[in-house]
Design a protein around this ligand. Sequence first.
Ligand SMILES: [Zn+2]
Ligand SMILES: [Zn+2]
Length: 289
Amino acid sequence: MTNREALARIKWRLPGTIAYLSMYVIALIGLYVAWFYAPNPFTQDVIWGIVLGYYCRMLLVTMIGHRCMSHKAFAFKDDRLLVVYMALFSTCVQKDPLWWGYTHRRHHRYSDQVGDPHDSRLGFVWSQWAWFLSGDYDDTDFDKIRDLTEIPGAMTIRKYYLVGPIVLGAVYFLVGWFMHSGEFTNPFHSALYMLSLGFFGSTVLLSNGTSFINSLAHKMGRQKYTDTGDNSRNSWILALLTLGEGFHNNHHHDQNKAWSGEGCQRILDITGQVIWLHDFFGLLKRRVT
Ligand SMILES: [Zn+2]
Ligand SMILES: [Zn+2]
């Protein structure tokens, strides 16, 4: 199927699509205002707001949504710590961790076949954006993820998954206000500026960085394990952008490992390193190797 055919078969979920595209528009307006009107367009707080907003939340996606919830590659001794991380995960604006885990398990069950939510054979546009903008994969079958729904607090976090982004947006707003981001004379303008570039800008980047694993990591790079029966690849560039998830062919080969990188690739597998640190401090049920 070509990109054009994939686009033609999408049943657009209009409110969600408009909300998603609005984030791009807000971030672009922020960039425009920064460039032409801010006394100092790129103050350090805004740059850190974008970098930390991207990489801290990428870690929540990779460590919690992916390796913990989807694959059970490691488990916390105390479920309350997982609940805290799940609540933080909801700031990523990628719905709730139960939907994320369910959808990703489907990806592995049907990798690059009919039934894979972001089947890479349907083209870049589909696997990068269109699969989640269509209503085709909105559902969560709780019967298939009993192990996740039984985690105390998981269903509450699912119910209130919009609270996380609202709270984080408010934090960015307040940081902008008090740090005089962009050195605007009016603190309200600084706050709006930080909200648009820092929060919405990093959220848009995070969405695309995550989706690169669904699209490019099934197209770009080297396929070490050809027995996976799919198009998954290993890419250092994607690993840099996604804290180690770019070693996606390794991951498809052995899905339940806490590490995606092998040998010296582990230098770039920051997610694996952070999981290892949790193990080092005695926070995990079983040792990770
Ligand atoms: Zn996976
Ligand atoms: Zn994959």
